[in-house]
Design a protein around this ligand. Sequence first.
Ligand SMILES: NC(=O)c1ccc[n+]([C@@H]2O[C@H](COP(=O)([O-])OP(=O)(O)OC[C@H]3O[C@@H](n4cnc5c(N)ncnc54)[C@H](OP(=O)(O)O)[C@@H]3O)[C@@H](O)[C@H]2O)c1
Length: 292
Amino acid sequence: MERSLIRCGAGPADAPVLELFADPNWPEAQRRMSEDLVRALEAVGRSVRRRLRPSRKEPLLSRSLHGQNVVVIGGSSGLGAAVAVLALEQGARVIAYSRSGRSPGGVEGLAVDVTDSKALDQALGRVGQIDHLVHTAGARTPSEPLSSLAPDSLQQAFAPKLFGAIEAIRVALPYLSKNASITLTSGQLSRKYGTGTLAKGVVNAAVEAAGRHLAKELAPRRVNVVSPGVVGTEFWGEDGSESRRMFLEGVGSGLPVQRVGAPEELASAYLFAMTNGFATGAVIDVDGGGLL
Ligand SMILES: NC(=O)c1ccc[n+]([C@@H]2O[C@H](COP(=O)([O-])OP(=O)(O)OC[C@H]3O[C@@H](n4cnc5c(N)ncnc54)[C@H](OP(=O)(O)O)[C@@H]3O)[C@@H](O)[C@H]2O)c1
């Protein structure tokens, strides 16, 4: 008896789920019917395998930063510097922008004020293709109650953090790669309310709203926002100063994790936003439980 092998189903190609036997003494018509049946079942098998095979060309989970161009606006200190260092460690080419132009070890630094549209245009044009744009630039906004809030405080809070971020994205548009990521920075005060938090709170809430709108408008490019809780950076004063140490210890002791965050812990959230191809329109809270 002659044997025909039919491979049909989701298993590997050499693992048949059905075998058909044909007798060489069968009349011609019966043989042809049998061969037709073999062909039909093989076509079903091919179709099932095709449907179950992942069709995407890009990896589903994380994209490597290796060889990617990463721009960090606000990369001279604090969160931006930690992001720049982590991206460099992951094999990216990193350029850190800030007014001072300083940059952490090994990272290329360039001086630009994000509120100066013309300077921004020239600076971003030097990068070539931008694969990841991270914006952490922000003013050190004071925590004043409304009665003593200086008239230009709101303007100063919004200028680099919201207007500067939006302008940087607008200027970067021609240089952004097709699958580029954009990561903005807000802060837990967007959703934590109190006295003296108006200026920080409204700018952070606006950044989160901008991130979500732009995630829709700029798709398939991805736009996310990292929302930090209190993190031990220069934002809170000079490293080693007594006032900063006391403030950070006081805040930390009231948090579920019993301490404030480290810049490196935030940097890993930016890395997630940059490399996870399914994350867009997200606000990523990394705050030690500060919002609870
Ligand atoms: N640290 C926290 O606890 C915390 C908590 C919640 C939210 N955040 C937010 O996270 C962001 C980063 O905070 P951080 O702690 O990293 O602060 P940071 O250490 O003060 O860093 C701010 C960065 O922005 C740059 N920058 C400021 N104004 C700029 C401008 N006009 N143009 C270009 N660069 C400018 C600064 O460099 P130059 O001065 O050289 O320009 C610096 O590199 C801020 O938006 C902050 O509100 C921080």
